[in-house]
Write a protein that binds this ligand. Structure first.
Ligand code: M6R
Length: 596
C-alpha cells in the first residue's frame, strides 16, 4: 500500500506546500521513500525524490519551493525492490515527457520491464510504478492520445493498482483505478485525485469516488470520468463530504483496529495475487522443501502464525517444520543448528529484537535465513537471504490483525506449493473472509454484552485451530486487559477445568474435523455450570451442546482457521470498546519491540 496524490490548478502556483500537506496526510500509507513532481507551463518537469520519511525528504529537497500547474506526490510502502532513490516515485518516461506514480502492485512488472528495455526505453528502476509510466509511453509513442494510451496500458498492466500521470505541454492530469483506492476532488480552479479522502478534504469537500476500470481526467475546476474498457463517458455527480479529516483517515471506522479487520479480504487478495505472479516464490519454496531442518521463528502474533504454518507444512508437504518463539531459539534449538538448515523468520515490523537475535545466532551456525515480513526495508528484510512481503500496507493499530491473516495465508500458500498442490482454492479466501465478517459481526455484538464485564476466560482450540485459540486469547488480553488464556482444548481437563464455576466463559474454536473432540471439552465445561461458546461451521453437535455457536461459512479444515480468527478479533475489539478502552493503543505496549 502506497499513497498517491495529484493536483491540477489554473495557472502556475506554489504547489510545494500543498503537496507536502497531502503527502503528510498520506504518510500512514507508506514511509520508505517520498517524491514530488511538478509540471510547469513552459513544458519542464521538476522531480525531487529520495528515501526517507516526508518530514526529512521534504526539508532536504526543499519541496516547499516547487511551483507548477500540476503536481504529484507519492509515498512509497515497498513490496518488492528495496527502498532506494531510483525506486522512489514519481517516475519519468524515457524522454521526460511523462511523469507518473502509482499505488499497488503490478504483478507482471518483470515481464513488462524486460519488454520495455528490449524496445529501447530508458528504464531507471525496478519499481512497478515506473512500469505504469512506460506502459503509457509505449502507446503515446505510437501516436495515441493520452486517454487512449492509458486505456491500452490498462489492458497490459496486471494486478491491483491505481496511478496518476501527466504529460508536458498539456493542462491535465490523468488517473486510473484498478483494484486500489482512488478518490477525486473538485475545487474552484483546481481538481485533485488521491488514494484516500484525508489528503483531499483540506482542499475540497466535493468529491467523486472512482470505481475500478475508470479513468479520471483532471482539469482546473473540473473532472471527467471515462470507462477504461471502451472510453465511454461516465456521468457521476460529486458528493459533498461531511466527515472530519480524522474520521476519514479511519475510513469511516471508529478505530484503526476495526478498519484493519475489515481490510483483511482486500489485503489477502492482493498478497495472493502477488505470490501467484512472483518469481521469488518458487526458489523460496524449494529452499524450505529441501532444508535439513526447517524452523519457523516469530514472537507474539507472528509466532502464532508460525505454529499454524508448522501444521500446514506437515499436513500438506509431509515434512516437519519446527515453530519456535524468537528468544527460545538460542537455548532450545541453537545447539542442533547447522549448515543445510533453513529458518523462516516472521515479523510484521521486521524490527523485533527477539527475532533478529535468533536470526543472527542461527546464521552464525550456517542456517539460511528467509523471512515473511510486512515492512520492506526493515532490518529483517535486509538480514534475510530471501523474503516474501506480507503486502498489508501500514498496520497502524498495535494489535496485529491483517498481518496475522496474511502470515497465516502465506504459510498455507507455501505449504500447498511445497506439497505440489494447487493453490486455486485459496482464491475464494477474500470472499470467505468478507462473508465471515458480515455473518459474525451481529453475533459478536450480542455476546459482547455478556462477556464485557468478565475478567477471566479461556479460549481453546485443537489441531489447526489451536494456534487460532492462542491468537484469539492474545488479542483479548492485549486490548481488554482481561486475563484470557489460550490452550489446547484437550489440556483443559488436566488442570484449568478447576477454574470453572457457574457462568464461567470458555470459548471453543472448532475445525470441521475436530467437532467430536471439541464437543467433549464443551461438555466438561457445561456440566460444571460453565458457559461454552463455540466458533465453527454450522454443526448439529456444536449447536446442541454449546450455549452459543458463532457460525462460520463452510470452508473445510484448511481454510477454517483463517476464518475462525475473525470473530475472535471482532470480539476482542468490541469488548475493549465496551470497557471504555482504546484498542488501537493498549497501555504499556508498543507496535515495534526493539528491546530484549
Ligand atoms: O512486528 P512483529 O510481528 O515481530 O511483532 C511481534 C509481536 O510483538 C506482535 O505480534 C504482538 O504480539 C502484537 N501486537 C499482538 O497483536
Amino acid at each position: 500500500m502506497c499513497g498517491i496524490f495529484g493536483i491540477v490548478t489554473s495557472g502556475e502556483k506554489d504547489l510545494g506546500p500543498v503537496l507536502i500537506e497531502a503527502g503528510w496526510r498520506l504518510s500512514y500509507r507508506g514511509y520508505d521513500s517520498v517524491g514530488c513532481a511538478t509540471l510547469h507551463a513552459d513544458g519542464t518537469v521538476d522531480l525531487r525524490k529520495d528515501v526517507g520519511r516526508i518530514e526529512d525528504v521534504a526539508r532536504r529537497l526543499a519541496f516547499h519551493e516547487m511551483r507548477g500547474t500540476r503536481g504529484i506526490v507519492q509515498l512509497r510502502w515497498a513490496t518488492f525492490g528495496a527502498p532506494s532513490q531510483a525506486n522512489a516515485q514519481p517516475h519519468l518516461d524515457s524522454d521526460g515527457d511523462l511523469v507518473g506514480a502509482h499505488n499497488g502492485n503490478v504483478v507482471n512488472n518483470v515481464e513488462l520491464r524486460e519488454a520495455f528495455i528490449a524496445q529501447g526505453m530508458v528504464v531507471r528502476s525496478t519499481n512497478d510504478g515506473e512500469t505504469c509510466v512506460h506502459a503509457v509511453e509505449r502507446y503515446v509513442d505510437q501516436g495515441y492520445s493520452m486517454l487512449d494510451a492509458i486505456r491500452r496500458a490498462y489492458r497490459d498492466l496486471e494486478g491491483d493498482y491505481a496511478f496518476v500521470i501527466g504529460r508536458v505541454g498539456e493542462e491535465r492530469l490523468y488517473a486510473l483505478k484498478k483494484g486500489s483506492g482512488l478518490v477525486a476532488g473538485i475545487a474552484d480552479g483546481e481538481a485533485c485525485v488521491s488514494s484516500d479522502l484525508p489528503s483531499i478534504l483540506p482542499l475540497t469537500r466535493r468529491i467523486v469516488r472512482v470505481e475500478d476500470g475508470e479513468i479520471v481526467i483532471l482539469e482546473p475546476g473540473r473532472i471527467e470520468l471515462r470507462r477504461a474498457a471502451d472510453g465511454a463517458r461516465i456521468d457521476r455527480d460529486p458528493e459533498v463530504i461531511a466527515e472530519t479529516v480524522e474520521e476519514a483517515q479511519k475510513g469511516g471506522f471508529p478505530h484503526f483496529m476495526l478498519k484493519e479487520i475489515h481490510e483483511q479480504p482486500q489485503r489477502a487478495g492482493e498478497m495472493l495475487h502477488l505470490y501467484e505472479a512472483s518469481p521469488h516464490v518458487a526458489p523460496l519454496v524449494e529452499r524450505m522443501r529441501s532444508a535439513r531442518n526447517l524452523y519457523l521463528v516469530g514472537c507474539g502474533t507472528s509466532y502464532h502464525a508460525c505454529l499454524l504454518g508448522a501444521v500446514y507444512i506437515a499436513r500438506l508437504s509431509g515434512r516437519p517444520a519446527i515453530p519456535v518463539l524468537g528468544p527460545q531459539f538460542v537455548p532450545q534449538n541453537l545447539p542442533a543448528v547447522g549448515p543445510g538448515d533453513v529458518g523462516v523468520f516472521v515479523s510484521q515490523s521486521g524490527e523485533t529484537k527477539d527475532v533478529l537475535l535468533a536470526l543472527e545466532a542461527a546464521r552464525s551456525r550456517g542456517l539460511e535465513p528467509l523471512a515473511l515480513v510486512n515492512v520492506i526495508g526493515s532490518t529483517l528484510m535486509r538480514e534475510s537471504r530471501a523474503y516474501l512481503p506480507l503486502a498489508c500496507g501500514y498496520e497502524v493499530s498495535v494489535p496485529a490483525t491483517k498481518t496475522f491473516m496474511n502470515q497465516a495465508l502465506a504459510f498455507l500458500y507455501l505449504a500447498l506449493r511445497m506439497g505440489g498442490h494447487s493453490t486455486a482454492a485459496l482464491r475464494q479466501i477474500p470472499e470467505l473472509i468478507e462473508r465471515t465478517i458480515s455473518a459474525t459481526e451481529g453475533q459478536i455484538e450480542t455476546l459482547e454484552g455478556d462477556l464485557a464485564g468478565r475478567d477471566d476466560l479461556y479460549c481453546l482450540g485443537y489441531g489447526l485451530t489451536y494456534p487460532i485459540a492462542l491468537e484469539g486469547a492474545l488479542k483479548m488480553k492485549e486490548v481488554t486487559y482481561a486475563h484470557c488464556e489460550g490452550m489446547l482444548s484437550t489440556e483443559f481437563k488436566h488442570g484449568p477445568l478447576s477454574a470453572v464455576t457457574e457462568g464461567y466463559p470458555v470459548i471453543f474454536v472448532s475445525g470441521p474435523e475436530d467437532v467430536a473432540r471439541i464437543v467433549s471439552g464443551v461438555n466438561e465445561v457445561t456440566c460444571r455450570g460453565g458457559r461454552a461458546i463455540a466458533i465453527g461451521e454450522e454443526e448439529p453437535r456444536l449447536r446442541a451442546n454449546a450455549h452459543d455457536l458463532i457460525v462460520l461459512p463452510q470452508a473445510g479444515p484448511l481454510l477454517n482457521p483463517l476464518l475462525a480468527v475473525v470473530p475472535l478479533q471482532l470480539l476482542a475489539y468490541r469488548m475493549s470498546v465496551a470497557r471504555g478502552l482504546d484498542p488501537d493503543h493498549p497501555r504499556n505496549l508498543s507496535k515495534t519491540l526493539t528491546v530484549d
